[in-house]
Design a protein around this ligand. Structure first.
Ligand code: FES
Length: 105
């Protein structure tokens, strides 16, 4: 499946996202600017913050308590905010769009 990351400058990066791989890993694998993943996916850094397309929100697993706690530290928390390391690619997420915030550049 394909996921589209929109970097903080507005450039779109359509990349191949293998099923089971986290969206953070997928973005880092492809060198997408605007995502860091400093903690390696342990849900403890919040440098993999992204805003997901609201249309896909119902398809995603709910935020865990830890994710909610970590998101409280991001500069511009929104309803659509997620930590990309906590979302694993699934076939149903084909075409998912994730906007990356300014704070991770
Ligand atoms: Fe650190 Fe996602 S990579 S919280």
């Amino acid at each position: 499946p394909t996921v589209v990351f929109i970097d903080p400058q507005g450039a779109e990066h359509a990349v191949e996202a293998p099923v089971g791989r986290s969206l953070m890993q997928v973005a880092v694998d492809h060198g997408v600017p605007g995502i860091l993943g400093d903690c390696g996916g342990a849900c403890s850094c919040a440098t993999c913050h992204g805003y997901v397309d609201p249309a896909f929100l119902p398809l995603l697993p709910a935020r865990t308590e830890t994710e909610t706690f970590m998101l409280e530290g991001v500069p511009d928390l929104r309803e659509t905010s997620r930590l990309c390391c906590q979302i694993r690619m699934q076939a149903e997420l084909e075409g998912l769009r994730v906007q990356l915030p300014d704070e991770q550049v």
